[in-house]
Each structure stands twice: as structure tokens, then as C-alpha cells.
Design a protein around this ligand. Structure first.
Ligand code: BGC
Length: 983
């Protein structure tokens, strides 16, 4: 009111001056301190302007270091209390109002009238208890739809400015909300209230010398008088700010979709966070342990392809059970190496330790756009000394043997002796890195080099760390500096990682690698890495315009898939990538069926190297086929270095000590056909003829040969007996629909590739036929097999029986509680589970998922309806398959439910085991559910074709979906808008 509408500020100011002058001289007469006196130009604006009366008394007295008892509002003006003095001021004001009268600002009144004529509603707020009286005196009461004065505020319990309560209440009384409102204020506390209340526009009226303060405290516009604005201009300003605000909000939400952040610190969630915050580049993966790892951190470094023999006595990667042995296989589990970026910081001899604290702030941010992990911790000791440690780390995509780290230590408000130690973390090897033997090495100036040899497999891995403090001229691992307040100490570090798979002398290679790096090129090296990430995102980015949370999760998954693999054709992606120990780094069908389709459309060169891994392990697969008593090549259910079978034969339950036989290694043979499927899909997506000639054809033919020997003739048909399908709850079953279908597919594609080679590269076909000793009669027999192999088809209801006799098993109604995280026991109580119809994951449903064109809508629906209620989703591979099918079938609620379940599987740790690494197959299959489920993309000669039904299936809240798909060397950017509202 005052200063904007009415001109009583002079009366108020004079009343305040009269109050404090009188009171301070009284004190002086009593011999008490009372100076300096109230100065209008300074003290009025600083302490009392715009504040409720008692608050004004309090803040002025506090500025003079005077303390008075509060008293209460009934205190008479003679009382020496806060309320007494406030009431005295009020008395002075009333006297002046009476004698001198108030006046109005004509320009304000005109603006209000103009606004009201356009239908704008107006309200007046004031801290003055005489608000209504003053407005009445000057005849403007009727200009406002709502009025809140000091008395109303007290009655309603509203806090005064700078709290926004009274403004918000006024907005509500006019039937509006704050975002649609404009606050016009002359007091700093008033504009601040407008800003804090998130009003759509805050106008500051500077009646003298206050312009800057008004702007700084939240005024969007400052005018000297409202004559400077008319209704149209005000509305234009309002719209401008709304647009700027919307852009800002969108920018920050968009930025948020490029990062994953953890605030605070929770030791119980630490291992899970370490998985999520892994950095890597396909050659190595470094779990996201804190820069100063805790004693309990699972601060593993993994190098792709470095495996060692299982040690029965050491539970290594298992939560609930132990897989104790793998015979003599020297490559049975991925090896954990020491954390090479360890940092210790102490101030005046006190180590900074997150676990012991105290700390004020701790945040870890995974920058998905650039592949950088950022950590910020602010420690505050009992003496209030604050020290900030900021770290950034990356595993270079441009230089796979390079890790980089930047550290900034700042004593924020104190000087201190800072000690920084940057070393490789060597906790007892026996406990944390049981596969390693330390190599004794001579000390080397400026480089901290460590090397380890794996006990059975005999690999050597070397880590060389070289660090430099910004102002130093020497490289070393320890520093001690007197730090001045606010002056940061900056450290940079290069770590080289080499192994004997890639170098004859990994130690020399690691040392030379870091010594060749120049400190001046540090930023350059970082930019090279970031440029590779930018390149990846150019094709891999996927965005839901209105749902940053969905975009963030999709990008998080894409990030993990990118860092899981690169271009080494001798390694593949383990079930939990290089982010954790679960499944011991073993390679499953996950790669070809769930992960490969993702790379095919975003990074086909990575897909190629993954298939080459299968080519390089073909001999292992041949060996495995022979061990099982068959011909050709049977890929191992769990594979590592040579392709020999690394599946455990039995496990021991930690809870009961019970031994459980594991059949998958002998029986889950569909993996060979899954690889054939991957090759076929690769061929379709890339047309890479060279790959088929050098590797693909041989794999297709050798796996077909395995199937021919694996089938048995009976009653005029061929059968595949004694297998385990994708559903691991049922072992040793006959004619599993999925396995038989895939075997037939494998045989068909082998004959196709034979034809293709013979036609296009006859010499090569001749030489391959000779080297495989594959007579024409054998090929002809495959033709018969394709025709006569029994592949279970839909029954009268359209349902395909999962395997012979499945329909006769005990039915069991699964409750909601039994799904998604089913009791692990189910897997290990084979007799009971085998006898029921409960299934672990999509099995028959894999068929419509992988071959949409081969399954009619009716058959897909009938099988979905039959199997979905019987599936407990004991595998993370299951929900995305269900999401895809439900979406295609238009079961949109199911589709959303399953999609959400898989999209946030690791970010929300829904399976409770993300601490042991992220679920790569589920991540990639989530992408498949979107692209091949919701969008139901099919590829034609012209490129990807999105289903006409897709817009209706997308969630409105997602907004436009942007995704790019590669097809035979061309990139297709698709923008799909959600269609009309779902019923
Ligand atoms: C699933 C398999 C999968 C493996 C690795 C198991 O729980 O049943 O289908 O290949 O996990 O992800």
C-alpha cells in the first residue's frame, strides 16, 4: 500500500523517527547507551520500511545492540517493551494521519483503474494495522477485490514480509494463484516476498535510492513511478517473464535428464551406488566408489577378458549362494583389480573421512553426456573449519587404456596444512582381490606403478598412476601444502592400465603410456573423450520431450550399454557388464537376444565385435558339443575366454548348506541358436557381407550341425529332448517350443548362408565346405530336418505349449507378492517348481517378441493371456519382453507397468541386487520394448517404419518421442507424437 498506492511513507517515517529519537534520548537521560540516533535516509529503509510494526522495532534495536523484553500487544505505549514501543509508534502515526492526512499516487490509481477495466482483479496488502482506515481516508477502498492489512494478517496468523504469506493469501482471495499474479512493491522485503512466493512478475517501485536493492532482491522490473507502465506493457512484461521462466525450467529439467545424482551419503546403499556410478569404456570398468574408498567399499576395477580360476573357499560374487568350482577351468570368474584412483586428504593431520565425518554436503553426479563422475564433499569440523573436496573421473573412450582424475581441495574459511595422497588402493589382496599375486617392482620416480598376475590364468595387469599438483614441477603421489583460505589446490592424474592380453610387457606399456602424456594436454585428452561420447549420443540419444525422468532413465541405460563394450573382438558383455561381480562376468544369451539389437541400431561396429567374439570362441563351442556327445558347435550357456563352458555344475545355498545341481550348462542349448539369430539380425541391419564370409557363415553352419546331431527321430518326426528353455524353473524337458523353433531357424539360416556363399563367393564356399568337411548329403539332411522337426504350434485356443506336458502340470495362482522378486528358493527347489506351471521368465512369449511377423495378433494375445499370469519375473529379462508384447497388443496398462518396472530396474534397485552390477540385458531390452513394442518398428527397404498405432500407445506425459535408428549405414531420426488421449 504505502509507497505504491498511498503516500503515508513520510508519515510513517516521521513517526518512526519520533519514536526512536524520543526513546533513545530517554535512555540517555537515564545514563544508558542510546546512540547513534535514528537516521531517516539510512535506518528507515534498512530496518523498518515495509515490516510489521513490532518487527521494525526489533530489527532497529538489534542493529543498535539493544535488547528489550517482548511484552505483548496489550502493552500500553508507555511500556519499555518491543510491543510497547511498537504501539507508541502507532500512536504517533495516528496523530500525524489525523493532522496531516494521507495522499495517493495518481499514476498508480490510473493504472489500477485501467487494469480493472481489462478484467484484471486487484488486491492490496499492507502490514499497517490502519490499512483500511488510510484507504478510506483517501477514497480508494473500492479499487480492490481483496484487502489484507496488518490486523487481518494477525488474525489469520500470516507471517509478514519478506515471507510471502500475505501476498499468496491475497492471490487466493482474488481467485488466482501466485504464478498468475503481479506483485507491485516499493519495499525490499516486499519484492523479496513476491519472489519467494513465485509470483509471475514482481515490479519494484523505487521512490529513491533503492533501485539496485529492489532488483537484487527479486524485482523483475524497477520503475521510479507507475506512470512508466500501462496495462498493456505490464501484461507484455508478464508474458516475457513467463516465457523466460518456462525456458529456464525446461533448461534445468533438460539438464537434469543428462545426469544422475546422489545427495548425501547412506552406507547401506553404497554398494548399489558404486554399480550405478561405474565409469568405463569397454576395455575397463571402474565401479563408482568414493574417491576415498571406505573400508567396506567394493571398489573394483575390471578389465574385459581378465578371468581367473574359481577358488572354492572364497565366496566372491554371490549373495545367496556359492558356486564353488568350475573344474579346472582357468577362466571361470572375472578378476577384481585394486582401485587405481584412491585419494586421501588430511587437514592439519586430520584425515577427511566421510564415514567418520562430520561433513555438511556430499553429492555424486554422473554426467551422462560426457561420461564423467563428479564428487563434491564439504567437510566441517567441530571448530567450524570447512574444507571442500571436488573430484572428477573418467575412463577415456578415446584412449581405452587411460583413466583420468582431477581433484580440487579448498580450505573454504581457514588456513591449514593440507596433505594429499594419490595412490593405487591396496587393501589386503587376499580378501578383496583373491585372484591376484603382487609383482615386486623397483620404485620409479614420479610414477606409482603396480602390477599383478592372476594365479591360475597367468595374466598380468599393470596400473601406472602419475599425478601432478598444479603449481608443482614434479610428479609424485604425496603432497603437503599450507593452504590459504579460499585458495584451491588442484591435482591432475593419469592412470594407465595395460594387460598381457594386449601387450608383451604391460608394465612398461602402462608406464610409457602415462609418461607420454603431457600435463598441458590434460584438457585436450578430456575433450577427446567427451567428443567420443558426443558422437555416441548423436545416434544413441533418445528423448521424451515432456518427461525428463523417462529421458534420464533411458540415457542412463544407454550410458551403461556404451561403457560395457567397445571394439575388442575377443571379449563380450557379461550379464552385469564391468560394473559388478554378479554372474562372475560370464557371457550369456543376453548378448545376442537382448543387447545386440540395441547396438545394431546405435553402434553397429560394437555389435560386429561382439559377434566376432563368438567366432573367436567357436573352437570352445566345438569342444563343448563334443563333451556333450554331439557334433558341430554348441556354445556354452556361460562363456568367458575360450568359449569353454563356465556354467557351475552345482551351487551351495548359504542359508542351509544344501547342494543344488545346476542343469543349465548341459541343457540350455538354445544359446547356440540365439547366436545364429544375432548373426541374422546383424546381417539384416548392416548388410555386412564381409562379416558373413569371414565369421558368420561358419558359425551358422557349425551350430546347424550341432542341432542336426542333437535332434532325435521318433514316430516320423524329429524331437529335441532333455533341454532347459529360457524358463529355468523347468529342466530336462522335451520339445521346448522356444528351443525347437530357434533350432529350426538356425538350420534354415545355415542353408540360406550356404546358398548365398555358393552364389556370391563360390570359391569361398568350396574352401569352407572342405575345411568343415561338410558333404552335400549332410546339408540335404538338414532340409528334411527343417521339414520334420516338431515345433509345438498353437492349440485350439491359440496357446503354444511351453514343452511336452506343460499343460498337465499343477496350476498355481501367483499373488502379486510372489512376482518380480520371487523367493530365490523357487529356483532351487527343483522338484516342486518343476511340477508346477509357475515360470521364471518369458519363454513361449520370446517367440512373438523376436518374430512379430510370424505370430498373428490372436496367437500373441492368447499366449500372453495364458503365460503372463503364470510368470513370476524371477529374471530381469522378463519385464521388458512383457512390456513390448503388451504394447503391441494394445494392453496399455500392462505395457506401462512392465515398462516402468524395467526402465527403473537399476536406478530404483527393484530387484534388490544392483549392488552386484547393473542389468545390461534388461537395459537394452527396455529400449527394445520402446522401439519394437510401443513403436512396433519394422524395417523396409526405405528404412524404419513406425506402426500407425504407435502414437496411441505412447504416454501423453512423454510428449514427443525422439529416437534415431541406424539401418544399413543410414541414420533415421524419428519424432513420434503421442496421439489423442487414451480412454
Ligand atoms: C536368467 C537368464 C539370464 C541370466 C543372466 C538368469 O537369471 O534366467 O535368462 O541369461 O540370468 O542374465
Amino acid at each position: 500500500m504505502d509507497g505504491v498506492v498511498t503516500r503515508t511513507a513520510d508519515l510513517h517515517a516521521a513517526a518512526w523517527k519520533q519514536l526512536f529519537d524520543d526513546y533513545l534520548s530517554e535512555r540517555q537521560h537515564r545514563g544508558l547507551s542510546g546512540f547513534p540516533r535514528f537516521q531517516l535516509e539510512r535506518d528507515y529503509l534498512a530496518y523498518v520500511d515495509g515490516k510489521p510494526r513490532y518487527e521494525g522495532v526489533r530489527s532497529f534495536l538489534a542493529a543498535r545492540s539493544l535488547e528489550l523484553p517482548e511484552g505483548d500487544s496489550t502493552d500500553g505505549p508507555e511500556r519499555e517493551t518491543i510491543h510497547g514501543l511498537g504501539n507508541r509508534k502507532d500512536r504517533f502515526f495516528e496523530q500525524r494521519l489525523h493532522h496531516e492526512g494521507a495522499s495517493v499516487y495518481g499514476s498508480t490509481v490510473s493504472l489500477i483503474r485501467e487494469l480493472r477495466a481489462t478484467g484484471t482483479r486487484t488486491a492490496l496488502v499492507t502490514s499497517s494495522q490502519h490499512g483500511r482506515e488510510v484507504l478510506a481516508t483517501v477514497g480508494v477502498l473500492d479499487l480492490f477485490d481483496a484487502i489484507i492489512d496488518g490486523n487481518d494478517a494477525a488474525d489469520l496468523g500470516l507471517r509478514g514480509k519478506p515471507d510471502p504469506d500475505i501476498f499468496i493469501k491475497a492471490a487466493v482471495l482474488t481467485g488466482s494463484d501466485a504464478e498468475q499474479g503481479v506483485v507491485v512493491e516499493d519495499a525490499v522485503a516486499g519484492v523479496e516476498a513476491g519472489r519467494r512466493g513465485h509470483f509471475g512478475l514482481v515490479v519494484g517501485v523505487d521512490r529513491g535510492g533503492n533501485r539496485q536493492a529492489l532488483a537484487e532482491h527479486g524485482a523483475d522490473v524497477v520503475v521510479a513511478d507507475l506512470a512508466e507502465l500501462n496495462a498493456e506493457e505490464l501484461q507484455a512484461r508478464f508474458r516475457e517473464r513467463a516465457a523466460a521462466q518456462a525456458a529456464k525450467t525446461l533448461a534445468s529439467r533438460t539438464a537434469a535428464a543428462w545426469r544422475v545424482e546422489q545427495e548425501g551419503f547412506d552406507p547401506a546403499r553404497e554398494h548399489g551406488m558404486e554399480s550405478l556410478f561405474t565409469v568405463g569404456n569397454g576395455y575397463l570398468g571402474l565401479r563408482g566408489a568414493l574417491a576415498t574408498p571406505l573400508p567396506g567399499s567394493q571398489a573394483d576395477l575390471f578389465v574385459a577378458g581378465i578371468y581367473d580360476r574359481k577358488q572354492p573357499s572364497l565366496p566372491y560374487s554371490e549373495l545367496e549362494f556359492m558356486t564353488q568350482e568350475r573344474g579346472d577351468y582357468a577362466y571361470s570368474e572375472i578378476v577384481s583389480l585394486p582401485f587405481p584412483l584412491a585419494l586421501t586428504v588430511s587437514v592439519d593431520g586430520q584425515p577427511l573421512d566421510l564415514e567418520k565425518g562430520p561433513w555438511r554436503e556430499h553429492r555424486r553426479t554422473l554426467d551422462l553426456a560426457n561420461g564423467v563422475l563428479i564428487g563434491v564433499t564439504e567437510y566441517a569440523d567441530e571448530r567450524g573449519r570447512q574444507t571442500r573436496v571436488e573430484t572428477r573421473r573418467l575412463a577415456s573412450l578415446a584412449d581405452p587404456h587411460l583413466l583420468m582424475q582431477e581433484v580440487t581441495v579448498t580450505c573454504a574459511n581457514h588456513a591449514g596444512l593440507v596433505r594429499i595422497e594419490a595412490t593405487v588402493r591396496e587393501t589386503p589382496l587376499k580378501v578383496n582381490h583373491p585372484h591376484l599375486q603382487r609383482r615386486e617392482l623397483p620404485a620409479r620416480a614420479g610414477v606409482d606403478v603396480r602390477a599383478y598376475t592372476t594365479r591360475a590364468s597367468g595374466y598380468t595387469v599393470a596400473l601406472a598412476s602419475r599425478s601432478r599438483l598444479e603449481d608443482d614441477v614434479e610428479d609424485r603421489s604425496y603432497w603437503q601444502r599450507e593452504a590459504s583460505p579460499g585458495a584451491p589446490l588442484r591435482l591432475q592424474r593419469y592412470v594407465g592400465v595395460f594387460d598381457s592380453r594386449h601387450s608383451d610387457d604391460p608394465i612398461a606399456a602402462a608406464v610409457a603410456h602415462v609418461q607420454d602424456k603431457r600435463w598441458e594436454s590434460f584438457d585436450h585428452e578430456r575433450r577427446d573423450h567427451e567428443a567420443r561420447f558426443a558422437e555416441f549420443w548423436e545416434t544413441a540419444d533418445i528423448r521424451c520431450e515432456s518427461s525428463p525422468a523417462t529421458t534420464q532413465a533411458l540415457r542412463f541405460n544407454a550410458y551403461h550399454l556404451r561403457i560395457a563394450a567397445d571394439h575388442d573382438p575377443w571379449v563380450s558383455v557379461g550379464a552385469r557388464t564391468l560394473s559388478g561381480r554378479a554372474y562372475e562376468g560370464h557371457v550369456f544369451w543376453d548378448v545376442e537376444v537382448f543387447i545386440l539389437p540395441y547396438y545394431l541400431r546405435t553402434a553397429p561396429d560394437v555389435a560386429r565385435s561382439l559377434l566376432l567374439y563368438r567366432y573367436h570362441t567357436l573352437n570352445g563351442a566345438r569342444q563343448h558339443a563334443r563333451e556333450l556327445g554331439y557334433r558341430g558347435a554348441c556354445y556354452a550357456w556361460e562363456s568367458t575366454v575360450t568359449g569353454a563352458d563356465a556354467t557351475p555344475r552345482r551351487i551351495v545355498l548359504k542359508s542351509s548348506g544344501k547342494e543344488v545341481p545346476i542343469y543349465t550348462g548341459y541343457e540350455q542349448v538354445h544359446v547356440s541358436a540365439d547366436i545364429a539369430y544375432g548373426i541374422w539380425r546383424y546381417w539384416q541391419a548392416t548388410g555386412d557381407a564381409e562379416f558373413l564370409q569371414i565369421a558368420g557363415a561358419e558359425i551358422l553352419l557349425e551350430t546347424a550341425r550341432f542341432w542336426a546331431s542333437r535332434c532325435v527321430a521318433d514316430g516320423g518326426r524329429y524331437h529335441i529332448r532333455g533341454v532347459t528353455g529360457p524358463d529355468e524353473y523347468h529342466h530336462t524337458v522335451n520339445d521346448n517350443a522356444y528351443t525347437n523353433w530357434m533350432a529350426r531357424f538356425n538350420l534354415e539360416k545355415a542353408l540360406w548362408v550356404k546358398q548365398w556363399l555358393a552364389e556370391h563367393h563360390p570359391e569361398q564356399w568350396a574352401s569352407l565346405q572342405a575345411s568343415l568337411a561338410l558333404p552335400n548329403e549332410e546339408l540335404e539332411a538338414w532340409q528334411t530336418l527343417i521339414r520334420d522337426l516338431y515345433v509345438p504350434g498353437p492349440n485350439a485356443e491359440g496357446v503354444i505349449e511351453q514343452f511336452e506336458g506343460f499343460f498337465d502340470l499343477r496350476d498355481h495362482h501367483l499373488s502379486a507378492a510372489e512376482r518380480f522378486r520371487p523367493p530365490l528358493q523357487r529356483l532351487f527347489e527343483a522338484e516342486a517348481t518343476n511340477a508346477s506351471q509357475i515360470i521364471k521368465q518369458a519363454d513361449v512369449l520370446m517367440l512373438p517378441f523376436l518374430f512379430p511377423e510370424a505370430c498373428s495378433r490372436e496367437v500373441s494375445a492368447a499366449n500372453y493371456d495364458y503365460y503372463e499370469p503364470r510368470t513370476d519375473h524371477g529374471s530381469s529379462l522378463s519385464p521388458p519382453v512383457h512390456a513390448a508384447l503388451a504394447a503391441r497388443l494394445g494392453r496399455l496398462d500392462d505395457a506401462q507397468r512392465y515398462w516402468r518396472e524395467s526402465l527403473w530396474l537399476d536406478l530404483s534397485n527393484t530387484m534388490g541386487n544392483s549392488a552386484l552390477g547393473v542389468h545390461a540385458a534388461s537395459m537394452a531390452a527396455t529400449w527394445q520394448a520402446l522401439v519394437f513394442g510401443f513403436l512396433d518398428v519394422r524395417f523396409s527397404e526405405q528404412g524404419p517404419v513406425v506402426s500407425a498405432e504407435a502414437p496411441r500407445r505412447l504416454l501423453n506425459e512423454w510428449g514427443t518421442l525422439h529416437v534415431t535408428l541406424l539401418d544399413r549405414g543410414r541414420a533415421f531420426a524419428l519424432d513420434i507424437e503421442p496421439g489423442e488421449e487414451r480412454p
